[in-house]
Design a protein around this ligand. Structure first.
Ligand code: BGC
Ligand code: NOJ
Length: 814
């Protein structure tokens, strides 16, 4: 069952029914001002930091699920009836409804009693504000006398405090209203120097800023007293809950259409210019007025919208594919790339599942996210890498997270996730391959942000690698520390108290439990580091890295192989985890995926064997589950993984983040059918037809799909902000379609289904546009290349002479 359809030409998903199984959201903003918006206009906005600069209020885990938003009410003043064009909050029976989620904008509209109203919401580039463009049309035969009410609820800035500290908060709310513009200035009288403003392009008939006046006692947003009565009260908030609502009266002739623009924005003032007059307590509104003088004028909003479209054309234009599979095309060309940008902007901060107050930027997460966006925003990726590296500790270890506003490591979570340092190598390698900007390695970067500790970035990578060598366990495998990629495999935690954090509790000395996953990661990172060292002409150093890598591979063969698959770990008692010796959790996906991806066991058949076991024991029609059999009870020595009911999250859920590792593994053993088959099982577009089962948005990946042990097998959760976005993008573009960035050029190494006759890719790479045509002439994966009409040996398209703008590549696969 579907709730809408893809409009690929316009790069939109069109929702045609408002009561989707879950709110289906989109993101507004791509620089500093951001918002989330659902298909019924739920959501909130913030400036840079979703916790500390929350502009509008939203209540998580609400009933209904998605509440608090950018609401509009239209009232038929003759009949006294009213409705919301976004369906929520009034939930009237609509004559039609559509929500178009597009690139950085959402348009929601509907018709009710012959009046059509549709609002386009977006954040213009280079501005700290959002625009709501409401178009309202009278399709009746008679004139319509209407009232339009806007409505938002202000958040008192710190979202955490806002939702808990009521004894204070109910007394501090403050606003000013001048010329119909509502200014929210809670705490501005003291230490804040920022405010928000909400304005309307039309002459207003009134306003409201006190929530309980607008709603009326004991009433909710579905039935505000002011809207019912048809006249705003001009209420001024003093404490309690400040809101912003404008009241506009409209008279529309039959067939007449009008546009109203609302602008919600954020501004900061210099400390010494907070007030106007200076010795008063009146907000200095100059900056807001200046912005409004531009954006409340007809035409500016349209021009800003065009510019936003151009921005996305440019970003998405960097890699476009044309394959026989519509779902591949749509995800690569539009939605998966778009989702990768969302993970760049948000990391794991604000979504329907991330409350914006919890997690900062993860060291591991942000480095992996790079794989999905480095080609679109290389300069910003460079900055991100340097920020991340500056939080690294002198030992080579890393804070698990850092706070975006301060850029400092987050002490509450600390460090000791022993996989973390290697992801920096993986991220830097991806950046170097994409850009060829070797100068990044010479940048002076501190440790733990301490001035005076700077070394070149290259040394950070060396210390990352060393970190593992300094922490090997009894079998010569890497010690796991708090956890590795799987945050829930907590082998040193032994938590027996409810509420204790699995992420930060450590009751063991960490000298025994080892991770085969980190061993695989070490192999991959070590090979990259060796290549980087070779490029810097450190030949002996490169050799020493490769020697360590070989040693680790041998250790994996000796102590990390279970006969038919790779073992997952050794626990604190030195017992195997993820082995046929275990009662539950006998086989895990992570090591099957990551070891094969890293190339372990390619020559001697271990990789192929591990992939076969994966297919036999872990693959389901909804994707590959994380482990089997699921843990049926809590295991003190394993930690959070066994705290989840069977089939959910890390306890045998389908973790969509690591499915692509298996896809890449399959590509590495040359099995294109299998790689693409796995790709399709979790591809949200390919799952659109079963939206009633999948339930999350069909246009973006979710972190998890419930596994076969769950009663809700196939149901997705935690959509949008997940490493799934980057890994799937990377797997399909670089390993399955095989257009792969490398240090010295672009590799063409497709491993696609046998049934595909060919496909095309346009890829901008280091300033040159490559038009790549791939044709199949046999069943294998061997590639013969023609570059600008000339046959060349091998499958690397070398960098063309400088000044070249276009290169034509033809690849025959046989
Ligand atoms: C989740 C993990 C996540 C971890 C850290 C756990 O509850 O299951 O997926 O990585 O929290 O935030
Ligand atoms: C989500 C976390 O963001 C990520 O860092 C982790 O690797 C996975 N969960 C698996 O636990």
């Amino acid at each position: 069952m579907k709730y809408g359809y893809f409009d690929d030409k316009n790069r939109e998903y069109v929702i045609t029914q408002p009561d989707t199984p879950l709110p289906w959201i989109n993101y507004l903003g791509c620089q500093a001002y951001f918002g989330i918006i659902s298909n019924t206009a739920g959501g909130y906005s913030f400036y840079r930091d979703a916790r500390l600069r929350r502009i509008t209020r939203y209540r998580y885990n609400n009933a209904p699920f998605d509440f608090g938003g950018r609401y509009i009410y239209v009232r038929d003043d003759a009949a006294g009836d009213f409705w919301s064009p976004s369906w929520q909050p009034t939930r009237r029976k609509l004559e039609n409804y559509s929500c178009r989620h597009g690139m950085g904008y959402t348009t929601i509209g509907s018709q009710y009693n012959g009046v059509e109203a549709s609002t386009r919401y977006f954040v213009p580039l280079d501005e700290n504000l959002e625009i709501w463009q409401l178009t309202i049309t009278n399709h009746r035969r008679q004139a319509a006398e209407l009232s339009v009410f806007s409505a938002i609820e202000f958040c008192l800035w710190d979202a955490q405090d806002d939702s808990t500290n009521f004894q204070r908060n109910f007394s501090i709310g403050e606003v000013e209203v001048e010329n119909g513009v509502i200014y929210h200035k809670t705490e501005y009288r003291e230490r804040r120097d920022h405010y928000s403003f909400f304005a309307c392009s039309e002459k207003i008939s009134g306003f409201d800023t006190q929530r309980d006046t607008f709603l009326g006692p004991y009433r909710g947003w579905d039935d505000p007293a002011v809207v019912e009565s048809g006249q705003a009260c001009n209420s001024l908030a003093h404490g309690w809950a400040p809101i912003g609502s404008h009241h506009v009266r409209l008279s529309l002739e039959p067939g007449e259409s009008r546009q109203i623009v609302f602008v919600l924005g954020y501004q900061e003032n210099p400390r010494d210019q907070k007030f106007d007059p200076l010795d008063s307590q009146i907000l200095n509104k100059k900056k807001a007025k200046c912005v409004l003088s531009r954006y409340l004028v007809p035409g500016t909003a349209d021009a800003a919208f065009e510019k936003l479209g151009q921005y996305w054309d440019d970003l998405l234009g960097i890699c476009q594919v044309d394959t026989p599979d519509v779902h591949t095309n749509r995800m690569v060309n539009i939605w998966n790339a778009y989702q990768c940008m969302a993970t760049f902007n948000m990391s794991r901060s604000a979504s329907s599942y991330e409350s914006g107050i919890g997690r900062g930027l993860g060291f591991r997460d942000s480095n992996q996210d790079l794989l999905g966006f480095v080609h679109m925003v290389p300069e910003r990726a460079r900055e991100r890498i340097l920020d991340l590296a500056a939080t690294q500790l002198p030992t080579g270890g890393a804070y698990h997270q850092y706070q975006p506003l301060t850029k400092r490591g987050n002490n509450d979570v600390g460090s000791g996730f022993n996989d973390d340092p290697h992801w920096l190598i993986i991220g830097v390698a991806a950046y170097l391959k994409e850009t060829g900007d070797w100068s990044i390695l010479d940048e002076a970067v501190p440790y733990d942000n301490e001035p005076g500790t700077e070394t070149e970035l290259y040394e950070h990578l060396q210390r990352s690698f060393r970190y593992t060598l300094d922490r090997l366990g009894p079998h010569g495998l890497p010690l796991i520390g708090r956890a590795d990629w799987n945050d829930c495999l907590n082998l040193n935690c032994f938590s027996d108290s409810p509420g204790q954090s699995f992420q930060t509790t450590t009751n063991k000395d960490g000298k025994v439990a080892e991770s085969v996953f980190i061993a695989g990661l070490f192999v991959l990172a070590g090979r990259e580091l060796a290549e980087i060292a070779r490029h810097r002409c450190h030949k002996a150093e490169a050799r020493s890295y490769l020697a360590e890598v070989e040693k680790m591979e041998a250790t994996i063969r000796q102590h990390g192989w279970d006969g038919e698959w790779f073992i997952r770990a050794y626990d604190d008692f030195g017992r195997k985890v993820g082995s046929k010796e275990c009662v539950e959790g006998k086989i895990f996906i992570e090591t099957q995926g990551f070891c094969t991806l890293a190339g372990v066991g390619l020559e001697d058949g271990l990789a192929a064997r591990a992939l076969k076991s994966t297919r036999q024991l872990l693959a389901t029609k909804h994707g590959i589950v994380l482990q089997q059999p699921a843990y049926s009870k809590y295991y003190l020595e394993l930690g959070e993984i066994s705290s989840y009911p069977p089939g959910y999250k890390e306890n045998a859920g389908i973790f969509c983040h690591n499915n692509p590792w298996v896809m890449i593994g399959e590509a590495r053993v040359g099995n294109g059918d299998s790689a693409h088959d796995y790709y399709s099982r979790i591809n949200p577009s390919a799952r659109e037809e079963m939206s009633n089962v999948h339930r999350c948005e069909p246009y973006v990946y979710a972190q998890m799909i419930a596994g076969r042990d769950a009663p809700t097998h196939g149901e997705a959760k935690n959509s949008w902000l997940t490493g799934t976005a980057a890994w799937n993008y990377y797997a399909i573009t670089q390993w399955i379609l095989g257009v792969r960035t490398d240090y010295d050029g672009l590799l063409i190494a497709p491993v696609v289904p046998k049934g595909w006759k060919g496909f095309k890719v346009t890829r901008k790479f280091r300033g040159v546009t490559y038009d790549i045509v791939v044709e199949r002439s046999g069943d294998g994966n061997a590639v013969s290349l023609e570059v600008d009409g000339q046959s060349i040996a091998g499958n690397l398209v070398p960098l063309p002479p400088s000044g070249t703008t276009n290169v034509a590549v033809k690849a025959i696969v046989a």
